[in-house]
Design a protein around this ligand. Sequence first.
Ligand SMILES: Cc1ncc(C[n+]2csc(CCOP(=O)(O)OP(=O)(O)O)c2C)c(N)n1
Ligand SMILES: [Mg+2]
Length: 593
Amino acid sequence: MGPNDPDAVERPEPGPEGGKRFGSDRVADTIRALRIPYVAFNPGASFRGLHDSLVNHLGNQDPRMLLCLHEEHAVALAHGWAKVTGRPMAAIVHSNVGLMHATMAIFNAWCDRMPMLVIGATGPVDAALRRPWIDWIHTARDQGALVRHYVKWDDQPASAAAAVEALLRANLIATTEPCGPTYINLDAAMQEAEAPPAPAPDVARFQAPAPPAPDPATLQGAADALRHARRPLILAGRVGRDTAGWDARIRLAERLGAAVLTDLKPAAAFPTGHKLLAAHAAMFPGEGAVAALQAADVVLSLDWIDLSGTLTAAGARDKIVIQASLDQLLHNGWSMDHQGLPPVDHNLLCAPEAAVARLLEALGEGTQPAWLPHAEPAPAPAPHPAGRVGVPGLAAALRHAVAGHATCLARAPLSWTGALWEVDHPLSMLGYDGGGGIGSGPGMLVGAALALRGSGRLALGVLGDGDFLMGCTAFWTAARYGIPLLAVVANNRSFYNDEVHQERVANMRGRNPANKWIGQHIGGPDIDLAAMARAQGCVGIGPVHDAAGLTAALAQALDAVLAGQPAVVDVRVEPGYGTEMQAALTREAAKDG
Ligand SMILES: Cc1ncc(C[n+]2csc(CCOP(=O)(O)OP(=O)(O)O)c2C)c(N)n1
Ligand SMILES: [Mg+2]
């Protein structure tokens, strides 16, 4: 089986020229004007007007349609795409039921602060135009209410002209930092009503403004605090993908001799090989990170996701804290994704890149020696005595298999730690899903791989088996449109995260922890994950049970990926989590602070 040629699939036949124009044609023209390259979707009659406009009015070109088997995947594709490009893609979902399927993925993108346009539709708002039964169950008085708490803005325009303006505003708001999804609900009757042709809007006049610069006096205070710091520490959190920002962060750390910590939740922020990195990245701060925070005197947060929780966990709330983040502009009262309220002495209210650039200017040339010794990389994992593979062994085998290629680890599972992967570029690693919604891994990997297609950087993902099984029909979209990627399933045949929780509860209650696997184990019948990949037109390899088999399987999979195909390798791994994750899952809520 060869890969599908993305330009050859789904080419519409030419139709008659001229003819009437409809509201949905104006919508499609605006999506094109906004240079949205792809719309991922699952079909539905509520947007049959827009679907026709994309196919027969625009010829399925700029944007291209990407059929997904589930709305959650459509949104996850847009999410993965945004994580690589920083730009929005569109996802179209059917009236209310499609949006209901999409909700978790929208929440993930919201928590991850990723831009995207979610376009929905509703049965005719005018009740006189509704077909019996189906149009009634698929019309809600306020459909946007389903997602309003975790999108930046939503609208239900009542005319073609209003729809054009709504799309421009949705794009403007989604791409203004802090970024996030926006939702436009298109009335079916509006889409299908005739609308005279109109010139496409001049989108250049509706672009997101440059992010704000920090207040000069506050910046001066922050620069002074850093200049006088003896043990400065940088928390490199949610930062952008550009290499200029990457280089500037390194320059600032070297200028200060600062210890640097990174996080596994957002994407790569600092090279693992740099001597100023104080500890490897983790989902929760581990021992090395805590020790560095305790020793530090001034902490600079570059939009660190849970600054308050991190300071509390380390007993470090008394440090001088500088915060470079716009995130508070997004916080609302519904979702607690804003985390705890951090104590901040110099609140720069700007994007991390703006803060780093201005701090470099204020501090001037020079370098300071490191105050903290470099965290030595973890030794290569020893092979399991019986040849069985653990997650560290899987990571080592994957690193070996792709050595010499530029790669992007678009997803790593909960059992991962930062010690397992080398990071030397903003696209080396994309972090996690934002909202902790399992099932997003496959779709986000496909979206990231789409963005990376043709870039020379291989899209890789290591997925939990639970994550794979909830979302694996997203891989069909990769096969359909010829999107190469390598997915390796760290298959412990369990929703293992929750085994750790059940063990904890049993221990707390003096009951038998040996029963932790009941209601968690995914076996008997055992699921053939590779067959699920093959059934969808992907290359599927496995199950692989030992280290020797893994090396051969990864080599075979890599050949397929280099030939343009999506490949899935099912690796049966020994259960187990990294020490930080294990400790965090069994820790009680912090009581200090
Ligand atoms: C949608 C959703 N359902 C349930 C959970 C609870 N949950 C958190 S981790 C996890 C297990 C994930 O299993 P897997 O991907 O195999 O990773 P493992 O823990 O086995 O490494 C579950 C069910 C969740 N976070 N999201
Ligand atoms: Mg699992």
